[in-house]
Design a protein. Structure first.
Length: 562
């Protein structure tokens, strides 16, 4: 029976997705909502019958009989919901109800106050404290009337006693306190919609951190730093928050309005990345979305040249990432994943990692999964060695020279599709060998203890404490091979979800000359004419030949996918 019910809702989900005509850009990000607990609400018998009619009207006849009023008139779960881009709704389950979902997260639906239903897919656990999450699509008819209301998350079980309640307004991803991190000395909030991405930041005196569910009764502390999406707050006195029962939500108050930014973040004890037997000299941090098929190649290569620990900020992947990470861990690689659902927050994620990983890592390299560090001086090496990267930052070398080095900057070469029409079976280092001529942008290896307290970073490059210096390497010494413009199916998949610093939405005609935009590509993900040959100015086989020598792999013409 459960399988048949799932089949029914699969058809319903297909209908809803097909009805979605275009992307919705969230215009009202400046709205500030009063915070209040999300009520659980139930529909009357008449409403249940209407829901049933709505479902069966959009369900194929051979499975429509499976959808009955009793299936959707069931126990609901207490949640808070956030509207993400592309009409996707992230449903965060309450701490109490998360325990009920530990053994079974199937057969849930999002039920909206308009009696529209959307299948809910389990999306993983939002950490600190652990809360189950689901994703569903905001139905087309619901989008026609604002303000949007939060849905119910309902399990397909038996009926409950009926009662009515008005659902709260659906929160927006672009105006939200979405994470917090407690250190030994302060609390760091990660907040969208308060500071401007173009560098306009609110003054500290305009803001306060609030520990508790409301602005009137919450415990308030001063904000000591306000930069980008990062806000540092004084920790509350233990006696001040000891009287608060249960978990303590933490948010940000805009003082002049006497209101708080909506929050899904909690005040927790100080926490950090697991250290292991000893502190790692060099770690790698990256933000990922559906990169499972690229991950093994990237981790294997960089682990051989000096990276000891890998920290992945998962931006809502729905591929086989968890399984691939589990396989890598079993093979002996030190790989950790941190759930980070929030769109367009790469810089904030790196700021988070610079604090979260500080006790486990001395240096961190900030690169993407389509980027590989390479030096022409390695070409004569028969085998890779950890010293290849670590020689740049070895403690004994820095101490002997009394160095104040805080960051190493490495330029990038951008590779094109190289006549590939599909993802190359042998991996990106073997499949892409034609690039643009000139260096574009850079990536960094950063000493975490040298990062400025504001945690300011722009495009993989951090602001440093006074006295600390950045060393810029020549591409003749070391370079990052950025396999940026891949075969069209791979690049197209990035078009909507790509984390880009200065292009919030590629379909909007805003900042058209940004380097984040692709030359020749417009505002829709349509393959430009001659894409496989684009961006090919220099044939560069150096890393391709080196990885073949080191790892015993080499692409053959009959293995290239046409």
């Amino acid at each position: 029976m459960a399988r048949k019910v799932r089949t029914a809702f699969l058809y319903i989900g297909t209908f809803i997705f097909c009805a979605t005509l275009y992307h919705h850009f969230l215009h009202d990000g400046a709205t500030i909502y009063h915070l209040s607990p999300s009520p659980t609400f139930h529909f009357t018998s008449a409403a249940n019958n209407a829901i049933h009619e709505n479902l069966t009207a959009n369900t194929p006849p051979h499975v429509a009989h499976l959808v009955t009023p009793s299936l959707v008139a069931s126990r609901s779960v207490s949640t808070t919901s956030i509207l993400l881009p592309d009409w996707e709704v992230l449903v965060v389950v309450s701490l109490e109800d998360t325990q009920l979902l530990e053994s079974d997260s199937s057969d849930y639906v999002c039920l909206f106050n308009t009696i529209e239903v959307s299948p809910a897919k389990y999306a993983g656990v939002l950490p600190f404290p652990n809360r189950a999450t689901f994703k569903c699509v905001l139905p087309v008819r619901v989008r026609r009337k604002q303000p949007f209301k939060q849905p119910l998350l309902k399990k397909l079980l038996e009926n409950e006693p009926e009662k009515n309640s008005t659902p709260p307004v659906l929160l927006r991803w672009n105006h939200l306190v979405y994470d917090s991190l407690t250190t030994d000395s302060d609390v760091i909030l990660f907040v969208k919609g308060v500071n401007n991405r173009q560098g306009i930041n609110r003054e500290q005196k305009e803001l306060r951190c609030v520990f508790g569910d409301d602005v009137i009764n919450g415990v308030k502390t001063s904000v000591t730093a306000s930069m980008q999406e990062v806000f540092r707050c004084q920790r509350p006195e233990p006696t001040a928050v000891s009287a608060v029962s249960g978990r303590i939500k933490v948010s940000l108050e805009i003082v002049s309005e006497n209101r708080m930014v909506p929050s899904v973040a909690y005040y927790t004890p100080a926490r950090s990345l697991e250290k292991g037997p000893q502190k790692s000299l060099l770690c790698a941090c990256t933000m990922v979305y559906n990169v499972a098929k690229f991950l093994k190649e990237w981790i294997l290569y960089h682990s051989k040249i000096g990276v000891e620990k890998f920290l992945l900020y998962d931006n809502g992947s729905d591929d086989d990432l968890a399984e691939v990470v589990e396989e890598l861990v079993k093979e002996g690689f030190d790989v950790k994943t941190y759930i980070w659902f929030w769109p367009k927050t790469q810089e904030a994620g790196f700021s988070h990692s610079s604090v979260y990983a500080k006790s486990a890592c001395t240096w961190m390299i900030f690169i993407d999964v389509d980027e590989f560090v390479y030096s022409p001086f390695w070409h004569d090496s028969i085998y890779p060695s950890k010293s290849m990267l670590q020689s740049l930052i070895l403690p004994e070398k820095l101490v002997s020279t009394k160095s104040n080095l805080g960051q190493v900057s490495i330029g990038c070469h951008e590779f094109g599709p190289s006549n590939q029409k599909r993802h190359p079976k042998m991996g990106v280092t073997q499949g892409y060998n034609c690039r643009r001529k000139y260096e574009n942008r850079h990536k960094s290896i950063t000493l975490l203890s040298a990062i400025d307290d504001s945690l300011l970073n722009v495009i993989h490059h951090f602001g440093l404490k006074p006295g600390c210096k950045t060393r810029k390497l020549s591409t003749k010494d070391m370079v990052v091979n950025h396999y940026k413009y891949q075969a069209w199916p791979e690049f197209k998949a990035k078009f909507r979800r790509r984390v880009s610093a200065y292009v919030l939405d590629w379909t909007q005609k805003v900042n058209p000359k940004s380097k984040d935009r692709t030359p020749g590509l417009g505002f829709v993900p349509t393959e430009p004419k001659g894409w496989p040959q684009k961006f090919c100015e220099v044939h560069d086989n150096e890393l391709k030949e080196l990885t073949w020598k080191w790892f015993g792999i080499k692409s053959r013409e009959d293995e290239r996918e046409e």
